[in-house]
Write a protein that binds this ligand. Structure first.
Ligand SMILES: [Zn+2]
Length: 166
């Protein structure tokens, strides 16, 4: 079996805490689609450490569509800049539908950004998947979601702070 080619996005680390928050926001939006932005530290390797919930601006059929306003997008870019993070992608939910991208999702996928989809069944998050349209021109493909323990990061930061004596 061949290993992944150079530059192939094999997976992305997500803080467990962020995954939990996505699940809760998706459940809260049910039976409408929920959505939000995914951010993380700049540079490589990419890791999703922050989630900003967004209001679904779709007024007609929010059960099967979601819309993010240009204003929301600008606010996210500002927030990312202020906190030293970068925008890594967006998530949205599929109420009572599988966590698979629809033709609409594909047509709205942004190059280099993750499309994360959460399936919500009867009000509870049931499945989550991630896809990416690589900037390299490669086809829209699945990205493995790797759960990264937020607690490890927090405790190592705490140790560093104590050691510094500040
Ligand atoms: Zn969708």
């Amino acid at each position: 079996m061949m290993g992944p080619a150079e530059g192939t996005p094999g997976g992305m680390d997500f803080d467990t805490d962020v995954l939990d928050r996505i699940g809760r926001a998706a459940a809260a939006a049910y039976p409408s689609e929920g959505c939000g932005a995914l951010l993380g530290p700049r540079g490589e390797p990419r890791r999703v450490t922050e989630m900003i919930p967004l209001e679904n601006r779709e007024k007609g059929t929010p059960q099967v569509r979601f819309e993010i306003s240009p204003r929301d997008y600008m606010d996210i870019e500002l927030e990312a800049e202020r906190s030293g993070l970068q925008l890594l992608g967006f998530w949205h939910s599929h109420p009572d539908h599988p966590a698979m991208p629809s033709p609409t999702d594909l047509s709205f996928a942004w190059e280099g950004l993750l499309t994360v989809i959460v399936s919500v069944r009867e009000g509870g998050p049931s499945d989550i998947g991630a896809w990416e349209l690589p900037a390299s021109g490669a086809p829209f493909g699945p990205v493995e979601i790797r759960r990264a323990e937020t607690a490890d990061l927090v405790s190592s930061l705490a140790i560093g702070a104590n050691g510094g004596g500040a």
